[in-house]
Design a protein around this ligand. Structure first.
Ligand code: NI
Length: 265
């Protein structure tokens, strides 16, 4: 992005430094907006992922997928929001949670800031199921505020939530590799992606006893009672770093297609 605008949908992936908002200057962002009104916001969580998984699993994975999609599509990626709504995981050390109202206000302000500059397609790449309801609520609030403030472009503002782990090809690959042992939290698919991204985590892998099955989610004490080691029906020991690179490619391909459709809409 040094002397021309960043082309949307480049024929080959752009270098990381070209698409990270943190590394761009404001005149570069102004020029980018002349060619593309889209931006990616990675949304993670900082929460327990079973006795062997990294606390940052949802943040590491969301950011990695977001950067890969940004490079493939030539779309700017904001800094990751690494704290999410993880109230039910607070029974486990290291978890840091935002209350739903806090996360909603935060995402609302992120969208409004971006919309003020002319961004009209806000694509949130999310790594944590607990963020979904709050994120959707934040979008509704942001639309209402943009209209109430009569922001230029308020009518064209669109936000979309993309959960990388529920993309159909990702779920299919997880089923092929792990079957029922994929489970619902601290899943081998997300753990595999972290092993690929951060090889130091491989040493922490070890066989684990049968996990507690998935069940309803209430407060943190109830969660810990039902799921004493933090897992919900998953066997993260099945995760391999090679699987992780496949999940990254698979998620990036699915979400890149979705983002391109979103940008054209
Ligand atoms: Ni997770």
């Amino acid at each position: 992005m040094s002397d021309s605008t960043l082309p949307p949908f480049p024929s080959s992936p752009l270098p990381l430094e070209a698409i990270r908002l943190q590394l761009r200057s404001w005149p570069e962002v102004e020029r980018y907006l002349e060619a593309c009104r889209g931006v990616i916001v990675p949304l993670g969580s900082t929460e327990q992922h079973g006795p062997t998984g990294a606390i940052g699993t949802d943040a590491l994975t969301a950011e990695a997928v977001a950067l890969e999609v940004g490079q493939r599509c030539g779309v700017l990626v904001t800094p990751a929001q690494n704290f999410g709504m993880a109230e039910h995981h607070l029974g486990f050390a290291g978890t840091v949670s935002l209350q739903p109202a806090t996360l909603m206000a935060l995402l609302h302000d992120v969208v409004l800031s971006l919309a003020r500059h002319g961004f009209e397609r806000i694509y949130v790449i999310n790594g944590h199921g607990g963020n979904i309801a709050t994120c959707r609520a934040a979008f509704s609030q942001a639309y209402a505020t943009a209209a109430a403030r009569q922001l230029p472009g308020a009518e064209r503002l669109r936000c979309r939530l993309a959960n990388w782990f529920t993309a159909a090809p990702v779920m299919q690959l997880a089923r092929e590799l792990y079957g029922e042992r994929e489970g619902h939290h601290a899943t081998p698919s997300e753990i595999a992606l972290t092993l690929h991204l951060e090889p130091s985590l491989i040493a922490g892998q070890r066989p684990l006893p049968e996990p507690a099955p998935a069940g309803p989610i209430h407060g943190p004490d109830d969660f810990r009672r039902r799921h004493p080691d933090g897992r919900m029906g998953s066997d993260p020991y099945l995760a391999q770093p090679e699987h992780g690179s496949r999940f990254l490619a698979c998620a990036a391909e699915a979400l890149s297609a979705d983002l391109q459709e979103f940008l054209r809409s």
